[in-house]
Design a protein around this ligand. Structure first.
Ligand code: NAP
Length: 174
Protein backbone atom coordinates (compact mmCIF):
# COMPACT_ATOMS: atom_id res chain seq x y z
CA UNK A 1 0.00 0.00 0.00
CA UNK A 2 1.28 3.42 -0.95
CA UNK A 3 0.68 6.14 1.67
CA UNK A 4 0.58 9.67 0.28
CA UNK A 5 0.65 12.90 2.23
CA UNK A 6 -0.86 15.90 0.46
CA UNK A 7 -0.63 19.61 1.34
CA UNK A 8 -0.70 23.05 -0.22
CA UNK A 9 1.95 25.40 1.14
CA UNK A 10 3.30 28.91 0.65
CA UNK A 11 6.93 29.47 -0.27
CA UNK A 12 7.69 30.11 3.40
CA UNK A 13 6.18 26.75 4.34
CA UNK A 14 2.85 27.96 5.75
CA UNK A 15 -0.20 25.73 5.30
CA UNK A 16 -2.59 28.21 6.92
CA UNK A 17 -2.79 31.97 6.45
CA UNK A 18 -2.08 33.43 9.89
CA UNK A 19 -3.76 30.40 11.50
CA UNK A 20 -7.09 30.84 9.66
CA UNK A 21 -8.26 27.28 8.90
CA UNK A 22 -9.88 27.83 5.47
CA UNK A 23 -7.28 27.01 2.82
CA UNK A 24 -9.70 27.76 -0.04
CA UNK A 25 -9.44 31.46 0.78
CA UNK A 26 -5.84 31.61 -0.50
CA UNK A 27 -5.01 28.55 -2.60
CA UNK A 28 -5.25 28.89 -6.39
CA UNK A 29 -8.20 27.57 -8.42
CA UNK A 30 -5.76 25.24 -10.13
CA UNK A 31 -4.75 23.70 -6.80
CA UNK A 32 -8.37 23.44 -5.68
CA UNK A 33 -9.30 21.64 -8.91
CA UNK A 34 -6.28 19.34 -8.53
CA UNK A 35 -7.18 18.55 -4.91
CA UNK A 36 -10.78 17.80 -5.89
CA UNK A 37 -9.56 15.43 -8.61
CA UNK A 38 -7.20 13.60 -6.24
CA UNK A 39 -9.96 13.40 -3.60
CA UNK A 40 -12.50 12.05 -6.11
CA UNK A 41 -10.06 9.41 -7.34
CA UNK A 42 -9.19 8.22 -3.82
CA UNK A 43 -10.78 5.25 -2.13
CA UNK A 44 -9.32 5.84 1.33
CA UNK A 45 -8.66 9.20 3.00
CA UNK A 46 -7.28 9.86 6.49
CA UNK A 47 -7.39 13.16 8.36
CA UNK A 48 -7.18 14.60 11.87
CA UNK A 49 -10.23 15.79 13.77
CA UNK A 50 -9.17 19.45 13.50
CA UNK A 51 -9.01 19.26 9.71
CA UNK A 52 -12.36 17.48 9.66
CA UNK A 53 -13.90 20.18 11.85
CA UNK A 54 -12.32 22.98 9.76
CA UNK A 55 -13.22 21.71 6.34
CA UNK A 56 -15.74 21.41 3.62
CA UNK A 57 -14.82 18.56 1.32
CA UNK A 58 -15.52 17.49 -2.25
CA UNK A 59 -18.79 15.67 -2.77
CA UNK A 60 -17.54 12.19 -3.71
CA UNK A 61 -17.65 9.54 -1.02
CA UNK A 62 -14.35 7.76 -0.38
CA UNK A 63 -13.89 5.83 2.84
CA UNK A 64 -13.09 8.63 5.29
CA UNK A 65 -11.08 7.94 8.45
CA UNK A 66 -10.95 10.70 11.06
CA UNK A 67 -8.35 10.33 13.77
CA UNK A 68 -9.43 11.43 17.25
CA UNK A 69 -8.73 10.35 20.80
CA UNK A 70 -12.47 10.62 21.44
CA UNK A 71 -14.39 8.70 18.74
CA UNK A 72 -17.47 8.61 21.00
CA UNK A 73 -17.77 12.39 20.61
CA UNK A 74 -18.57 11.91 16.92
CA UNK A 75 -20.98 8.98 17.29
CA UNK A 76 -23.83 10.80 15.53
CA UNK A 77 -21.69 11.63 12.47
CA UNK A 78 -20.38 8.17 11.66
CA UNK A 79 -21.67 6.31 8.60
CA UNK A 80 -20.67 2.61 8.53
CA UNK A 81 -18.28 1.89 5.66
CA UNK A 82 -18.04 5.57 4.79
CA UNK A 83 -17.15 7.87 7.70
CA UNK A 84 -15.27 6.42 10.64
CA UNK A 85 -13.83 8.08 13.76
CA UNK A 86 -10.99 6.14 15.31
CA UNK A 87 -8.39 6.37 18.05
CA UNK A 88 -6.07 3.90 16.30
CA UNK A 89 -2.44 4.98 15.89
CA UNK A 90 -0.91 5.64 12.45
CA UNK A 91 0.84 2.23 12.62
CA UNK A 92 -2.39 0.45 13.51
CA UNK A 93 -4.28 2.22 10.71
CA UNK A 94 -1.59 1.38 8.14
CA UNK A 95 -1.51 -2.25 9.22
CA UNK A 96 -5.30 -2.52 9.05
CA UNK A 97 -5.65 -1.08 5.58
CA UNK A 98 -2.65 -3.01 4.27
CA UNK A 99 -4.16 -6.26 5.49
CA UNK A 100 -7.51 -5.30 3.92
CA UNK A 101 -5.69 -5.06 0.57
CA UNK A 102 -5.91 -1.31 -0.04
CA UNK A 103 -3.44 -0.08 -2.64
CA UNK A 104 -3.37 3.57 -1.59
CA UNK A 105 -4.07 5.69 1.48
CA UNK A 106 -4.24 9.48 1.16
CA UNK A 107 -3.38 11.46 4.31
CA UNK A 108 -4.77 14.99 3.93
CA UNK A 109 -3.49 16.49 7.18
CA UNK A 110 -3.44 18.48 9.19
CA UNK A 111 0.03 18.99 10.59
CA UNK A 112 -0.46 16.98 13.79
CA UNK A 113 -1.63 13.91 11.94
CA UNK A 114 0.95 14.42 9.16
CA UNK A 115 3.74 14.60 11.72
CA UNK A 116 2.59 11.49 13.51
CA UNK A 117 2.75 9.56 10.21
CA UNK A 118 6.13 11.10 9.28
CA UNK A 119 7.59 10.21 12.70
CA UNK A 120 6.68 6.55 12.15
CA UNK A 121 8.15 6.63 8.61
CA UNK A 122 4.79 5.63 7.15
CA UNK A 123 4.70 8.15 4.29
CA UNK A 124 5.84 6.97 0.84
CA UNK A 125 5.13 10.12 -1.18
CA UNK A 126 4.59 13.80 -0.43
CA UNK A 127 2.37 15.64 -2.90
CA UNK A 128 3.00 19.30 -2.24
CA UNK A 129 1.58 22.31 -4.05
CA UNK A 130 3.65 25.48 -3.69
CA UNK A 131 1.68 28.70 -3.94
CA UNK A 132 3.94 31.68 -4.70
CA UNK A 133 3.00 33.51 -1.50
CA UNK A 134 4.61 34.37 1.82
CA UNK A 135 2.46 34.65 4.96
CA UNK A 136 5.05 34.87 7.73
CA UNK A 137 2.61 33.55 10.34
CA UNK A 138 0.74 30.25 10.04
CA UNK A 139 1.35 26.55 10.65
CA UNK A 140 3.92 24.34 8.90
CA UNK A 141 2.88 20.87 7.81
CA UNK A 142 5.43 19.24 10.07
CA UNK A 143 5.08 20.40 13.66
CA UNK A 144 7.82 21.07 16.12
CA UNK A 145 9.63 17.75 16.27
CA UNK A 146 13.02 16.52 15.11
CA UNK A 147 12.71 14.77 11.75
CA UNK A 148 15.38 13.79 9.23
CA UNK A 149 13.67 12.72 6.02
CA UNK A 150 15.15 12.77 2.53
CA UNK A 151 12.97 12.93 -0.55
CA UNK A 152 13.39 12.82 -4.31
CA UNK A 153 11.42 14.97 -6.75
CA UNK A 154 9.38 12.72 -9.07
CA UNK A 155 6.99 15.27 -10.62
CA UNK A 156 6.81 19.06 -11.00
CA UNK A 157 4.29 21.06 -12.99
CA UNK A 158 3.73 24.81 -13.28
CA UNK A 159 -0.05 25.18 -13.47
CA UNK A 160 -0.66 28.93 -13.89
CA UNK A 161 0.99 32.20 -14.90
CA UNK A 162 1.80 33.15 -11.32
CA UNK A 163 3.83 29.98 -10.97
CA UNK A 164 1.88 27.65 -8.69
CA UNK A 165 3.88 24.41 -8.68
CA UNK A 166 2.31 21.01 -8.21
CA UNK A 167 5.04 18.66 -7.07
CA UNK A 168 5.37 15.05 -6.01
CA UNK A 169 8.26 13.72 -3.94
CA UNK A 170 9.12 10.14 -3.06
CA UNK A 171 10.41 9.55 0.46
CA UNK A 172 13.81 7.85 0.36
CA UNK A 173 13.66 4.91 2.75
CA UNK A 174 16.58 4.50 5.14
N1 NAP B 1 -2.81 23.69 3.60
C1 NAP B 1 -3.18 22.42 3.65
O1 NAP B 1 -2.93 21.68 2.70
C2 NAP B 1 -3.92 21.89 4.86
C3 NAP B 1 -4.27 20.54 4.88
C4 NAP B 1 -4.93 20.05 6.00
C5 NAP B 1 -5.21 20.87 7.06
N2 NAP B 1 -4.84 22.18 7.02
C6 NAP B 1 -5.12 23.05 8.16
O2 NAP B 1 -4.51 22.50 9.31
C7 NAP B 1 -5.28 22.86 10.46
C8 NAP B 1 -5.54 21.65 11.31
O3 NAP B 1 -4.34 21.01 11.60
P1 NAP B 1 -3.98 20.46 13.06
O4 NAP B 1 -2.57 20.02 13.02
O5 NAP B 1 -4.40 21.48 14.05
O6 NAP B 1 -4.96 19.25 13.26
P2 NAP B 1 -5.14 17.80 12.60
O7 NAP B 1 -3.83 17.16 12.35
O8 NAP B 1 -6.15 17.88 11.51
O9 NAP B 1 -5.86 17.07 13.82
C9 NAP B 1 -5.16 16.87 15.02
C10 NAP B 1 -6.08 16.21 16.02
O10 NAP B 1 -6.35 14.88 15.63
C11 NAP B 1 -6.52 14.07 16.78
N3 NAP B 1 -5.62 12.93 16.75
C12 NAP B 1 -5.94 11.65 17.00
N4 NAP B 1 -4.91 10.82 16.85
C13 NAP B 1 -3.89 11.57 16.49
C14 NAP B 1 -2.54 11.24 16.19
N5 NAP B 1 -2.05 10.01 16.24
N6 NAP B 1 -1.73 12.24 15.84
C15 NAP B 1 -2.21 13.50 15.77
N7 NAP B 1 -3.49 13.86 16.04
C16 NAP B 1 -4.32 12.89 16.40
C17 NAP B 1 -6.32 14.99 17.98
O11 NAP B 1 -7.59 15.56 18.30
P3 NAP B 1 -8.69 14.93 19.32
O12 NAP B 1 -8.13 13.69 19.84
O13 NAP B 1 -8.90 15.98 20.34
O14 NAP B 1 -9.91 14.73 18.46
C18 NAP B 1 -5.46 16.11 17.40
O15 NAP B 1 -5.59 17.30 18.10
C19 NAP B 1 -6.57 23.48 9.95
O16 NAP B 1 -6.45 24.87 10.05
C20 NAP B 1 -6.60 23.09 8.47
O17 NAP B 1 -7.24 24.02 7.66
C21 NAP B 1 -4.19 22.70 5.94
Amino acid sequence: MKTILIFVSTLDGKITKWGEPLVKLWSSHQDQDYYKKIWNESQLIVMGSNTFNAGSFPSSKPQLIIMTRNPERYESLKIPGQIEFTNESPVELSDRFKSEGHEQMLVVGGPHVATSFLKEQLIDELWLTFEPKIFGIGGNFATDVKLDINLRLIHCEKVNEQGTLITKYAVLKK
